[in-house]
Design a protein around this ligand. Structure first.
Ligand SMILES: NC(=O)c1ccc[n+]([C@@H]2O[C@H](COP(=O)([O-])OP(=O)(O)OC[C@H]3O[C@@H](n4cnc5c(N)ncnc54)[C@H](O)[C@@H]3O)[C@@H](O)[C@H]2O)c1
Length: 334
């Protein structure tokens, strides 16, 4: 059913995903706007940092299963993994998805499946189907024809850990939300090509919110630890001792405070929920604000410590101060 698969966006998510389809001997056409990325991949090399991926890409390209291009070509299934940043005022920027939709629309054929993988606000998969339908009035889409549509459209978010992407793409469970039942079933058949985890069907809106919920849950938990550290500083209590003691409760597991949150997903995705439901998402917004404020709080603490050190040692200047910065990685080595 899916012999030619096209991946739109060959970054940290798209390239490993495309490569795993190619490793299962599917013809994969990778599409990216970046000529440098396309040239690097076609030379059998990678333009991103991810363990194991270079060997897999080299083999897939050499064996003729993976090819990159800047222009979409016809395929049986299209997956979209383009960026979804936010704009001023923390509004989701869907322009990359819209551009991807416009680029694949001319090559869509009846029987195709389109899967959105980009982390997206609720309703984006429906919006994607609308953009495709506007560009291709000659084809029927799920919002018009349901299961009988010429083009099926689904959402399937990604939840991999950078540094372990190749392993987790295969092993993790996938949440798959089609705009129709048929879209979900087709998407399951697509991911089953390489996914060994469970492929669980829901609807597109639930799948979209599921991804945002996962990262918001992390953000809220981290914000709790970060807020505790600021409370403890004010009350002159050692936050590390406090959390270690509290975690001796059999049902408490407080995270460790730090200088904010790491990575590029957790600091972005919760805003997509806040933007959709500003009146309801009060805790999620506050967690974002607590975590966003934490780096400045840490800087202020460092300035205070420097001022204390200078006043305790007359004659010393700023040039004599050494600041140790520990833990520059945002995730521990596996
Ligand atoms: N990186 C992660 O760990 C991770 C995890 C889960 C979800 N996500 C989500 O997956 C999506 C992709 O993230 P990523 O980390 O792979 O991004 P990335 O920046 O590494 O890659 C995106 C690629 O898309 C290309 N691109 C942009 N517009 C395009 C278009 N119209 N046509 C073709 N290519 C286009 C870019 O040139 C880039 O190479 C985002 O929504 C992100 O939030 C990322």
């Amino acid at each position: 059913m899916f012999n030619r698969i096209s991946m739109i966006g060959l970054g940290y998510i798209g390239l490993p995903t495309a490569t795993l389809f190619a490793a299962r001997e599917k013809q994969v056409i990778g599409v990216d706007l970046s000529q440098r990325a396309v040239d690097t991949i076609n030379a059998g090399r990678i333009h991103i940092v991810e363990p194991e991926l270079d060997m897999l890409v080299r083999a897939a390209v050499q064996q003729g299963y993976l090819r990159a291009t800047t222009t979409p070509e016809p395929a049986d299934a299209f997956l979209i993994a383009v960026p979804t940043p936010f704009t001023d005022g923390h509004k989701p920027d869907l322009s990359y998805i819209q551009a991807a939709a416009h680029s694949i629309a001319p090559v869509l054929q009846a029987g195709n499946l389109v899967v959105l993988e980009s982390t997206s606000p609720v309703g984006t998969t429906e919006q994607l189907a609308t953009w495709l339908a506007e560009a291709r009035p000659d084809l029927r889409f799920p919002q018009q024809a349901g299961d009988d549509a010429d083009i099926q459209v689904a959402y399937c978010p990604e939840r991999v850990l950078p540094g372990k992407v190749v392993h987790e793409l295969v092993a993790n469970d996938r949440v798959i939300g089609g705009l129709t039942r048929k879209a979900s079933e087709q998407a399951v058949a697509l991911y089953r090509i390489f996914v060994e985890g469970a492929c669980i069907i829901t609807n597109a809106r639930t799948a979209e919110l599921c991804k945002l919920t996962e990262n918001s849950a992390r953000d809220v938990s981290i914000a709790f630890a970060n807020e505790l550290s600021m409370i403890c500083e004010r009350l002159e209590i050692d936050v590390w001792e406090l959390i270690a003691l509290a975690n001796r409760h059999p049902r408490i597991n407080i995270l460790q405070p730090s200088a904010g949150v790491g990575g590029h997903c957790i600091a972005v995705d919760p805003w997509f929920i806040v933007d959709s439901c500003p009146e309801q998402a009060r805790l999620i917004r506050t967690a974002r604000e607590v975590n966003d404020h934490k780096p400045q709080w840490v800087i202020d603490q460092i300035k205070l410590a420097i001022a204390d050190a200078l006043s305790a040692q007359p004659g010393k200047t700023m040039a004599d101060i050494q600041v140790a910065c520990l833990g520059l990685a945002f995730k521990p080595q596996a």
